[in-house]
Design a protein around this ligand. Structure first.
Ligand code: NAP
Length: 283
């Protein structure tokens, strides 16, 4: 058993470096626009990190800060303008939108031109992934998770893969990526029966739920690759800490490879966003 702790931080840094080298060769720089509506503190931090990462690789960042009270029409107008702008190759609508817009969130995401949809959330990009086409933009976190799996095992043909979670943002696209790699894929969710037994069959186990330490040692097959996508903020001894969906300490001696939280999947998301922006630029 190798018990590899997959170092997402350094794998992401290497990918960012490769992107930077490629951007350096370009005369016109790729542009990424981020639309931030309102004052959600977590979203503000994410957007700040994305802007910094964009500029660090030599791309141009366009931030569109919009008022908390913006209407659907206000946001629509900005998306239309960015869709038309030739200096902008990627558009990202930071989610979630403020509560009064939650019902139109999906509609607004779908207004982004698929060629600029660097989050991979439009029906065109989701459809291309579903059909196994290679020219779509793949959502960043599943793409990053697949890169981490590939960092420890190249050929996934015939392996049993279990994804816990079926969100449009992560679980569904992750299952499609694993299927494309010839895995036999099971998607588990909140209504799944005997989830521990299903997970015990997994050569690759991916957890994306948002429940602290849900995946226990006895859920994990000996020698499995475990990818922990969960981000759960917990209080331990009065200190705030991030934990994943997997009981890392309990599980790590049993696996061939596992991602830590933090420092696993997290850093890959932004690196893959930059990669998608470069892909969108190249067309
Ligand atoms: P989500 O939309 O809330 O989806 C959670 C999924 O977990 C749902 O499909 C839900 O099933 C399933 N679930 C809930 N309770 C369950 C249970 N007891 N047993 C089995 N499945 C259960 O969340 P998400 O956006 O996919 O994100 C999942 C986690 O990943 C969160 O912690 C999030 O913070 C993290 N995340 C991290 C990154 C990163 O960059 N590292 C990016 C995205 C997300 P139902 O469909 O039946 O409700």
């Amino acid at each position: 058993m190798n018990n590899i702790i997959i170092d997402g931080k350094s794998i992401a840094a290497k990918l960012r470096e490769e992107i930077k080298n490629e951007v350096n060769q370009l005369d016109k720089k790729p542009g990424l626009a981020v639309i931030l509506v309102g004052e959600n503190p977590a979203s503000q931090v994410y957007v700040r990190n994305k802007i910094k990462a964009t500029e660090d690789v030599g791309m141009i960042s366009f931030e569109r800060k919009m008022n908390e009270n913006s209407t659907k029409e206000d946001i629509e107008a900005v998306i239309k303008e960015l869709n038309k702008d030739d200096n902008i190759h990627g558009i990202l609508l930071q989610l979630p939108l403020p509560p009064h817009l939650s019902e139109v969130q999906e509609e607004l995401v779908q207004m982004i031109k698929p060629e600029k949809d660097v989050d991979g959330l439009t029906t065109i990009n989701a459809g291309k992934l579903f059909l196994g086409m290679n020219d779509g933009l793949v959502p960043c976190t599943p793409q990053g998770s697949m890169r981490l799996i590939k960092s420890v095992k190249q050929n996934l043909t015939g392996l049993n893969a279990v994804v816990i979670g079926r969100s449009n943002l992560f679980g569904k696209p992750m299952a499609q990526l694993l299927l494309k790699e010839n895995c036999t894929v099971t998607t588990a969710h909140s209504k799944t029966k005997n989830i521990a037994k299903i997970c015990q069959q997994a050569d690759i186990l991916v957890a994306a739920v948002g429940r602290n330490k849900m995946v226990k040692k006895d859920w994990v097959k000996e020698g499995a690759i475990v990818i922990d996508v969960g981000i759960n903020r917990v209080e331990i001894d009065g200190k705030s800490k991030l934990e994943g969906d997997v009981d890392f300490e309990g599980v790590k001696s049993k696996v061939s490879a596992i991602t830590p939280v933090p420092g696993g999947v997290g850093p890959m998301t932004i690196a893959c966003l930059l990669d998608n922006t470069l892909k969108a630029y190249k067309g």
